[in-house]
Each structure stands twice: as C-alpha cells, then as structure tokens.
Write a protein that binds this ligand. Sequence first.
Ligand code: ATP
Length: 428
Amino acid sequence: MIVGIDDTDSRSGMCTTYLCTVLVDELESYGEVSTPVLVRLNPCIPFKTRGNGAVAFGIVVNKGLEREVKEIVKARVTELSELRAEGTNPGVVFIDDNASKTSTEKLKRFYETAVREVLAIEEAYAIISELHLDYFGLKNKRGLIGALAAASFLLLHAKKSYDYTYELIVYRRKEIWGTLRFIEDASVWAADEATYPLVWDTVDVANKKLVLVPHSPCPVLFGIRGDSVDAIYKAYELIQAEPEERKMLFITNQGTDCHLKNTEKLWDYHSYILDGVVDSNPRTIEGGHVLFSLSVQRGNESVDCIAYEPTKGFRAIIRELRIGDGVTVYGSLKESTLNLEKIELRELNLVVERTPRCNTCGRNMKSAGRSQGYRCKRCGTFSAVKDKVIVERAIETGLYEVPPVARRHISKPLVRMRMGDKIIHPSR
Ligand code: ATP
C-alpha cells in the first residue's frame, strides 16, 4: 500500500515531512516501510505554504493490520495538522497494490500535471473514484491533489520513470521549535568542502550563506541534498548542531527541473524552457531587478524576462546581454513575465550598429533626417546605412544559473547537468 499526504502545515508551524517521518517511525512495527518520497509540485501554485511539497511512503503491511494502519495515519494527520490555519486543508490517499498495478499511466499523467499545471480538486476526486481509492481529508481537502501526486511519484519511482535526488532532513526537539537554531557554521562549510558536488546547495559560496537551514518556525533543523546517500551521510556526520529529535532520508524530485516544459502556448503559473533572441537591451528597474524582452522563436511573440534582486550575482550576467543574442531561458511565467532560473547564452551577437564615421575627417556623421541616411556636416560625405563594428563581449556562451540562495527546490543545479557538449558555468 502507498500512503500519500499533503497540506498539513502552515507558515507558523509544522511540516508535512515531519508528520511523514513520525508515521514512518511509528509504522515500522506494522510492516515493511519504504524510504519515503518528498515531491515538489508546481512551484507557481498560489495557495502553497512554502515550497509546494507533498510526501508519500510505501508499506507492506503485516497480515490483518491494514485497517489499523489507515486509522493510525488518519489519527496522526488529524492530531498534527495545523488545522487552525486558514490555508491548511489536509489530504491523504491510500493506493493499494491492485490499483498500483493497473493504473500506472493515469497516475503518471496526474503526477506530471500536478508538477507542471494547475489542477482542480475535482480532478483528484475523479481519479480517486475511478480507481476506487480510499482517502481521507479535512476542511476543504485540497491536500488530496498533492497526496495523490506524491503517491503516484513513489509508484513511478519504483519503475525508474524519473530523475531523482535525495534529501536527509534532520528535525529539532519539540520543546525548542520556534527558537533560534544552533548550528556551527564552520562545520557546515567543512562538510560542504568534503562532499560537494555529490552534495549540493548546502552553502552559497558567492553570497557566503548557509542554505541548508530554514528560517521558519517549523520542526526542520536542516536538510542535506545530493545525489549520493553516502556523501549525504558523510556531510551529516561532519555537521555540529543542537541535539536532534529524529531524521529521515527522502527520495525527491528536487533539483531535477521536472516542472519545465517546452510548449507552444504560454500561460501564467506554468514554467518553460524557451529559445529566443534578445530584443531589448537589459535595464535595471526599481528594487534592483533586471529586465529584458525576448522574441520567442516559435510563437512569434515577445516575453519579458526578469532576474529578481534576490538572484544577486546572476543579474550581472543578464546585464551583459545585448539585442540580437540567441538565448534559451528557463523559468516560470507570472503576470506574463518569465522569472529566470537559468539562462543559456547560445550565440552572442558580436556585431553592433553605430552611427557612421566620415572617411575624410573621422568624425561621427549626423542623421540626414528620418530614413535619409547620414551626412558629415563638414565634408558633405554621405552614408545610407549605419556602420557595423565587431565588438568584444565580457561574457562567454554557455549555461548560467541563479545562486543557491535564490534557487527553487525543484530547479536543477548546473552541477547536476550533463548535457553533452554544453558549456556550464555553475554559480561556484
Ligand atoms: P510545505 O512546503 O511547507 O510543505 P507547501 O508549500 O507544500 O508547504 P501546502 O500546504 O502543501 O504548501 O499547500 C499546497 C496546496 O496546493 C496543497 O493543497 C496541494 O494539494 C495543492 N496543489 C499542489 N500542486 C497543485 C497543482 N498543480 N494544482 C492545484 N493544486 C495543487
């Protein structure tokens, strides 16, 4: 049986991964429990609390205990969810072995839609009813969407369907939730040094910040992300911090870019990979955000692309763009503006058009009127067109990314990108 759970926390407390960890620990005496999964769904969903995460675990239940296991799950979700918070709407889905054998395609489609599109709760109910799934929910039960998506990911992971990474999440003792976390900075830097790039996004080198510690009052002390379980545990052993209550390793879709798609039509709240040509030089707007316009190749449309102030040094790359550069942008569309997560500079425009110079005196010519070319006032020389000059560029082609402090959970860090002959410029 697979158990999917979502929407149990609020900004002021709890964390669905903690609830999952408590359940996995408790249910060990009821059967064989799998490594749980933590999935990140569509990062643009307006009603998410933080990172739009949902969880699931599998359990081979000891004979006759299935009903009791379901009752324990329902009881813990009811007891530990932040039900007083307005936006908390818990959902739990149980997928039994029969349904999981026959319905892979439907569940695959549901998971992929939950990561890339916006779903209505009715779409979760339709699958639940069609596959005769047992479920449980509180308040408006919107968490059923995430719960079904997480359970589907776990099912598909067993079939090796998707890219995945790991996160080891360490939890705080209950009596100190909400207080300042103690974690020795130097030990985290040493752990990073010993395990990068198998472990990533523990620190942000350029911005001199730890990124493994959350800033909310939730039960999480820190999380270590990476591609190797051994390297993650090595980093864990090196980190000095306050005593923990418990910890859990999750299989995740974090750091995989599974939210990005490559389609014709552009919609708000969806995330894309788009090829295009820069059609306005970048400008810095109020707040330090950097904006340029991209002419999208296949759709004949223009879309504004933005590197927000929190992306820090990434903005310096964006400021170097020039009209005519061929680029591929990666990011989410909100209010018709693409929020940049990565950019590939495919082809730099090395030719700049300049007001022509007079061949005789070497001075700049002056415009002779709209569409009437240029004339040197001194010598009377004339040119119908601008001069084309070859310029040096301060950037190189290749892929660039926002730094770890600004990275979405779901975005793939460049150290994980193996794209044949592409040049990558990881943020460190
Ligand atoms: P945390 O990261 O702290 O666990 P969260 O950011 O995951 O919090 P939730 O509290 O889980 O936020 O709220 C997200 C809500 O959005 C859930 O009810 C989930 O079912 C729903 N949801 C997730 N993905 C989609 C989607 N693609 N379309 C519609 N609803 C979605």
